[in-house]
Design a protein around this ligand. Structure first.
Ligand code: FEO
Length: 172
């Protein structure tokens, strides 16, 4: 069972994950427009992962007998200076999401909600991976340059990213 506070905070996180999906969808579209299909693919995989994050919380709230309350999704940016700008914005956004997940854990501890604490551990780990991926690509862009051949190579490399849908862990 979820407390009202916890339920509200988890609903808020669904909205943040949906916004994340929207933001990366927008970056994917922008990448297509400027002729970077690999970046477009990478951000579309990211979009799918964010939808998965939102649905994970949605399912959890339902499983706990909570009430889903969907809120309006903010409009994301639609133009970006260059690939580096997109990844710096991505990293900044993921740092914001990490902070939000940490606040949810803090609340679960305060509410003595052990189930939600355990549920959120997956997100704590996921955020390490998300920030790590962004830092890696930023480092590559710094090293190889944000234009010409270097950018072409990075576009090719990250174009190979494949979305792996989650395996249903439920045994019922
Ligand atoms: Fe769902 Fe990128 O955090």
């Amino acid at each position: 069972m979820l407390s009202k506070k916890m339920e509200e905070a988890l609903n808020g996180q669904i909205n943040k994950e949906m916004y994340s999906a929207y933001l990366y969808m927008s970056m994917s579209a922008h990448s297509t427009n400027v002729g970077l299909p690999g970046f477009a693919n990478w951000f579309m995989v990211q979009y799918n992962e964010e939808m998965e994050h939102a649905m994970k919380i949605y399912d959890y709230v339902n499983d706990q007998g909570g009430k889903i309350k969907l809120k309006a999704i903010d409009e994301p940016l639609s133009t970006f200076k260059d690939a580096m700008d997109m990844f710096q914005k991505t990293l900044k956004h993921e740092q914001f999401i990490t902070k939000s997940i940490n606040e949810l854990v803090d609340l679960a501890i305060k509410e003595k909600d052990h189930a939600t604490q355990i549920f959120l551990q997956w997100f704590v780990t996921e955020q390490i991976e998300e920030e790590g991926n962004d830092n890696d690509i930023i480092a590559k862009l710094e090293l190889a340059g944000d234009k010409g051949n270097g950018l072409f190579m990075i576009d090719k490399e990250i174009g190979a990213r494949v979305y792996a849908p989650p395996v249903d862990e439920k045994q019922d």
